[in-house]
Write a protein that binds this ligand. Structure first.
Ligand code: SAM
Ligand code: SF4
Length: 336
């Protein structure tokens, strides 16, 4: 039996955070994540079952994984997601379960998910108008996403956060409305710099609206933003730097993945919907754990595979260098 040593990589980073993708399917087609047409989705038989996911989590929790986040694709298109939440919440040692969703199916599921033990929700919403929403997502669904946010707040989720990808030429005119929205609703709005994980390979650095520009606009248009001390670089704020408006009302988060990479404090690993373990969003290699799960592999083999993946983790993503190579899996198939 291998001792339950923590998951520390060769750069001294401790890993306690597992993001689990439950599907690569989605009900919309955000341009920064998915192709517009002809998406090649995974076969149902390729997806990890809820029982397989549960077993994997039971194996990694003794290694120090205590924070889980369900994602996708759109996790709420996976049927009965609340039953997975219930299974995961019952595992001793799991301290925190979150969900990242586009919110379109959330109004119907918020209550069930809360009862199953989910407590944190991030809703991805890039714009506060239906027209701009359509530009980002190439689909309808704006009103449903807003209704999902309201339903999550009513169900008791705390915090509810919005994730908005910041894209030059699209996001600028959303900043002030989002600032006022954060102030009015108590929902923290987090802007994520657009990363090179799109399916169409059209990302360019020039298309990223940078975090410092967002702070400047919000501070000059509404009122100064003051940094908030968070418990740790990768605590509940995750990789976001958090701010509050000077009068204490309205929280804004900035995830400066491109302009200020936070790789040196990364504590995350990712399990794709088809059972591949990835030690980085931008990783070019992955470890097959589905094979081990399906071939009745012993828990020790799973532990060894996880440790090997962690030890192979690179120092950082290299987006800002000429060496950068975009992964072949786009974001919807990795799990953001
Ligand atoms: N469908 C769910 C959603 O949209 O929230 C979960 C999956 S989505 C891939 C997870 C997060 O990744 C979302 O907040 C989305 O905005 C973000 N994302 C996707 N592609 C991105 C990109 N190229 N750059 C930055 N963030 C991205
Ligand atoms: Fe779907 Fe989320 Fe990707 Fe948008 S970001 S296409 S909602 S998986």
């Amino acid at each position: 039996m291998l001792p339950d040593l923590p998951l520390i990589d060769s750069f001294g980073r401790l890993h306690n955070n597992l993001r689990i993708s439950v599907t690569d399917r989605c009900n919309i087609r955000c341009f920064y994540c998915m192709p517009a047409e002809d998406v090649q989705f995974m076969e149902k038989s390729e997806l990890l079952t809820f029982e397989e996911i549960e077993r994997f989590v039971r194996v990694v929790v003794p290694l120090g994984i205590d924070k889980l986040r369900l994602t996708g694709g759109e996790p709420l298109v996976r049927r009965e997601l609340h039953t997975l939440v219930r299974k995961l919440a019952a595992i001793p040692g799991v301290k925190d379960i979150g969900l990242t969703t586009n919110g379109i199916l959330l109004a119907d599921q918020a209550e069930l998910l809360y009862q199953a033990g989910l407590r944190r929700i991030n809703v991805s919403l890039d714009a506060l108008s239906p027209e701009k929403f359509r530009k980002f997502t190439r689909r309808e669904g704006f009103e449903q996403a807003l209704a999902g946010i309201e339903a999550a707040q009513r169900a008791g989720f705390d915090p509810v956060k919005i994730n908005a990808v910041s894209v030059r030429g699209l996001t600028e005119e959303e900043l002030v409305p989002f600032g006022h929205f954060a102030r009015k609703t108590g929902v923290e709005v987090r802007f994520i710099e657009y990363m090179p994980l799109d399916a169409d390979n059209t990302w360019e650095r020039g298309k990223v609206l940078f975090a410092h520009e967002i702070i400047e606009t919000l501070s000059s248009s509404i009122m100064p933003l003051i940094p908030v001390a968070t418990e740790s670089a990768q605590g509940h704020g995750g990789p976001a730097t958090e701010f509050v408006f000077a009068d204490g009302i309205g929280r804004i988060g900035l995830i400066a993945s491109v302009s200020q990479p936070f790789c040196l404090s990364c504590n995350r690993i990712r399990l794709t919907a088809d059972g591949k373990l990835r030690n980085c969003l931008f990783s070019l290699e992955e470890t097959d754990v589905r094979g081990l799960l399906r071939e009745q592999g012993h828990d020790n083999e799973l532990v060894a595979a996880v440790r090997a993946s962690i030890l192979a983790k690179k120092e950082g993503h290299e987006i800002n260098t000429a060496r950068f190579i975009q992964p072949t899996r786009p974001m919807h198939s990795i799990g953001g």
